[in-house]
Design a protein around this ligand. Structure first.
Ligand SMILES: C[S@@+](CC[C@H](N)C(=O)[O-])C[C@H]1O[C@@H](n2cnc3c(N)ncnc32)[C@H](O)[C@@H]1O
Length: 255
């Protein structure tokens, strides 16, 4: 079931997954999807479970998180226990392209920094739309080409850094995906990225205690596992023009 990339396996091991834009971007998705108290929400590609726990704790939602990796689901369950919200959460291993849920079930589906790495994006979008109730919302936070065409070295670096096989779209490409899946009233907001802001966003999203745990695990893996060193070093060698082309977008539509 799992694809070939190793960066997500590494992230699952250290207990840290990233979206772009940090908590501010998550709050924007929550607001645009009209998510509120007691809503039943699906988080597709939930990683280590940060957003499901936040939705349960801060907004009183019931949340199902799915991820294609077993280890992510283990980490999500650990987090839910730690944050004492496990009674509101359920985590399952599942592929975004084939969601194990009945039609018209959830009030909203959110998906943060996942679809760029999914091979059949139209199928995954169709699945997200299928499982929300009529009138419900799908909200994506996705890596986006904010200027096109991107140079080859940028395309290669982004593909490698995001998952080993990421394929980004322009804002028009993401909007087309939502429209073709039958969503309407589409809202689009695109943003530039800076490496410094993203580092700060990640620290704020996890908090210092979590970050210390992540750094300790990363160091231990770096020492024990030579393969992981390529991932850690690769992330440092970004092309200079990266952020001229590579940004992110918030895309929301209603069923
Ligand atoms: C960049 S991480 C983002 C994780 C999480 N959304 C967050 O905000 O921290 C992407 C996640 O998508 C998961 N993923 C990749 N392909 C998937 C698929 N086809 N179905 C479900 N999850 C997938 C990965 O295992 C990883 O946890």
């Amino acid at each position: 079931m799992e694809n070939q990339s190793t960066i997500f396996d590494f992230q699952a091991e250290v207990g840290l997954t990233k979206q772009i834009g940090g908590r501010k971007a998550t709050d924007e998705l929550i607001e645009l999807c009209h998510i509120g108290q007691d809503n039943y929400v699906l988080d597709v590609g939930c990683g280590v479970g940060v957003t499901p726990c936040y939705l349960a704790k801060r907004h009183g939602c019931r949340v199902v998180g799915v991820d294609i990796r077993n280890r992510m689901i283990d980490r999500s369950n650990e987090r839910a226990k730690r944050e004492e919200v496990e009674h509101r959460l359920e985590f399952r291993v599942a592929d975004a392209q084939n969601l194990p849920f009945e039609d018209d079930l959830f009030d909203a589906v959110i998906c943060e920094s996942v679809l760029a790495t999914v091979p059949d994006k139209p199928k995954a979008m169709h699945e997200c739309v299928r499982v929300i109730k009529p009138g419900g919302y799908v909200g994506l936070n996705e890596s986006t080409w904010i200027k096109t065409p991107p140079p080859v070295e940028v395309v290669e670096w982004v593909g490698q850094d995001l998952s080993g096989n990421a394929q980004l779209l322009s804002a028009d490409g993401w909007v087309g995906l939502l429209e073709n899946a039958g969503l309407r009233d589409i809202v689009v907001r695109t943003y530039e990225i800076s490496a410094q802001n993203e580092a700060v966003n990640t620290i704020k999203r996890y908090g210092l205690r979590d970050m210390l745990r992540v750094w300790a695990r990363s160091l231990s893996i770096y020492i024990r596992n030579p393969a992981s060193r390529v991932i850690i070093k690769g992330a440092g060698a970004a092309p200079k023009s990266l952020f001229e082309y590579f940004g992110y977008g918030i895309y929301v539509g209603r069923k």
